[in-house]
Every structure is written in C-alpha cells, then in structure tokens.
Design a binder for this molecule. Structure first.
Ligand SMILES: C[S@@+](CC[C@H](N)C(=O)[O-])C[C@H]1O[C@@H](n2cnc3c(N)ncnc32)[C@H](O)[C@@H]1O
Length: 304
C-alpha cells in the first residue's frame, strides 16, 4: 500500500490520509488534495508528537472525541496559511476606498442610514482589518472636509464622525492569529507597506515595534467564526474574504458564496483575493473592475 510521508516523518496510509482529509474538510472546508497531502501528514505528525499519542488511530480517536475539541482546533490552526500584509492588493483597495466607500457613504447619507458594517472574513493576524479601518478613517476625514462646519467644530477629530456608526468585524478560525490581531503589535518588516502618514496617525512606536493606537483598535471587533458553519454575521455592507476560498474545493466555495450573498445587505460588496474569481461559481454577484482592481456587487433579483 502506498504511503505519504518520508522516512523521518509519520507515514500515513492512504486510508488514514483519507480519514484526515475528510475530517478537516468537514470541520473547516479546507481541502487537502494529493498535492498538499505531504503538508497535512507533516502537520499531523507534529501534533501527534506534541500530544504524546502512540499511533495514528489513538490520535484520530482523540480528534473525533468531545474532549479532543481543543486538539482539533490546534490541528486546524497548524493547517491554516496565515500569510497576510498591510495594504495587500493596492489596486483593489484603491477601488474600495475611492469608489465603493464613497458610494456607500453618499447613498447611506441620502437614506439617513448612518450604519456601516464591514466584515473581514479570514482576517489572520489583523493587517487586513486595520488596513480597512485606516481607509475608512481616511474616507471620513474627506467627508468631514466637505462638510466644513462639522469638521471645524470637532476636536480632537474623531476617526468616525457622529452620527455614523461603523463596525468592522474581523474573524478567523485560528485563535492564535486572532490573539495576535487583537494585540496589534507589528515589526518594522510588517510595517513596510504602511506610509509615514498612516504610521504617525495610527501607530505608537514602542522600542522597535509598532502598536496600533486605541482609536483605530476600537474600530475593529475580533471574533471567532468558522466559515464552514451556517451561522455567520449578517447585514454587512462589504465583505472582504481574500485568500481564504482558494483553500476550499469548488463545492465548498459555492456554498460559501451562497452564504455571503445572504450575509450582505442588498447591493453589498464582496472582495476576494487577487488569485480568486467567482467565474463559474455563482451568478449572484456582478463584477466591478476599475484600474486593475476588482470587486463584486450583490446582484438583486431584477438583475439576475
Ligand atoms: C492566507 S490568510 C488571508 C488573510 C487575509 N484575508 C489576507 O488576504 O491577507 C487565510 C486565513 O483564512 C483563515 N481560514 C481558513 N479557513 C477558515 C475557515 N473555515 N473559517 C475562517 N477562517 C478560515 C486562516 O486561519 C487564515 O488566517
């Protein structure tokens, strides 16, 4: 029987691998195909050693037991790819900043609805939601400038002016990523994409590190959400789910897009990663393209 793994690694038989693939897929939607089977075997080996389990089956029994829930969460954390950065995919953020946000602010103001809700689904260590917060703060500064009297009266200038209520929800399946995101402490290396004006406005430099200032931190609320589940945050104006779907198989991507459709307000926006596309997966969203940036808008009944 063929096995996956090297001499120094745990060798998983095909049936063991299948059991793990199925468990991981059912729990979080990530699909480890033949190309990524070595990665799965390697991570399982590490966890197995860490737990002191004496065989694959004793470890698997632990994973599927009630008392093994924390270990299953740890295994999933070890399988996720947490790569992220501030201001990732600039053309898309430019589209978000200059078109989507401005349109939303203008439209909501006309409707006298001052609630704005943005969800960063799969936020990793926080760079994405803090980037969104910086862009929203910037858009509101511009907005206040147009309404000069309000701008001059308020001091210190709030990042989100009254009567607006902004919620940026940032969620992930990895508790350790969420902890780091909540801490909001970044190295010089992480900060490379952040320009000096944003560094000065939104971060305190403590020794060699940058700490997110309270005002920006308070714009973001972090929480655990597994995108595989049905109970996901509703009534969003914008959902960022970038570089997450690419780890799911097609069936799971389709299910997720249906859920995102339901989680968005009418005409809400969905932003996916640079290497991700909705083509062939759904007809419930319309593509928006501007200067190399892409986004999707929820298509309403009459457009479908
Ligand atoms: C590559 S990072 C992307 C981070 C950020 N969105 C970006 O584009 O820079 C993918 C994130 O998705 C999270 N993730 C993977 N599967 C998930 C699931 N089922 N539910 C919630 N988050 C998940 C991972 O933990 C990881 O932090």
């Amino acid at each position: 029987m063929s096995a996956v793994g090297t001499a120094t690694q745990l060798s998983l038989s095909e049936s063991e691998l299948k059991l793990l693939q199925t468990l991981v897929y059912q729990e979080c939607g990530m699909y480890f195909d033949a190309r990524r089977a070595h990665f799965l075997a390697d991570r399982v080996q590490r966890r197995l050693r860490e737990c002191g389990a004496d065989s694959f089956y004793s470890y698997y029994r632990l994973l599927i037991s009630n008392e093994g829930r924390p270990e299953l969460a740890k295994l999933l954390e070890n399988l996720t790819v947490n790569e992220t950065s501030f201001f990732r995919n600039k053309p898309q953020l430019e589209l978000f900043h200059k078109q989507i946000l401005e349109h939303l602010i203008r439209r909501k103001q006309q409707e006298r609805n001052y609630n704005l809700r943005i969800w960063s689904a799969g936020c990793s260590t926080g760079q994405e939601p803090y980037t969104i917060a910086m862009l929203v703060a910037d858009a509101f500064t511009g907005h206040l400038r147009w309404n000069t009297s309000a701008y001059e009266c308020t001091f210190p200038k709030p990042l989100v002016p009254a009567p607006w209520k902004l919620e940026i929800l940032a969620s992930d399946i990895s508790y350790s990523a969420l902890r780091a995101a909540q801490e909001g402490i970044y190295s010089e290396h992480h900060m490379a994409p952040v320009d000096y004006s944003n560094r000065f406005r939104h971060f305190d430099k403590v020794d060699e590190r940058y700490v997110v200032k309270k005002a920006l931190r308070e714009m973001v609320h972090f929480d655990f959400h597994n995108l595989k589940t049905e109970y996901l945050p509703q009534r969003n104006d914008v959902i960022f789910c970038r570089n997450v779907m690419m780890y799911f198989d097609e069936a799971e991507q389709k299910r997720l897009l249906d859920k995102f459709f339901r989680c968005l307000n009418p005409e809400g926006y969905l932003l996916v990663g640079h290497a991700e596309s909705l083509l062939g997966l759904t007809d419930k969203f319309t593509l928006i393209y501007h200067d190399a940036g892409t986004a999707y808008r929820r298509a309403e009944v009459e457009e479908l």
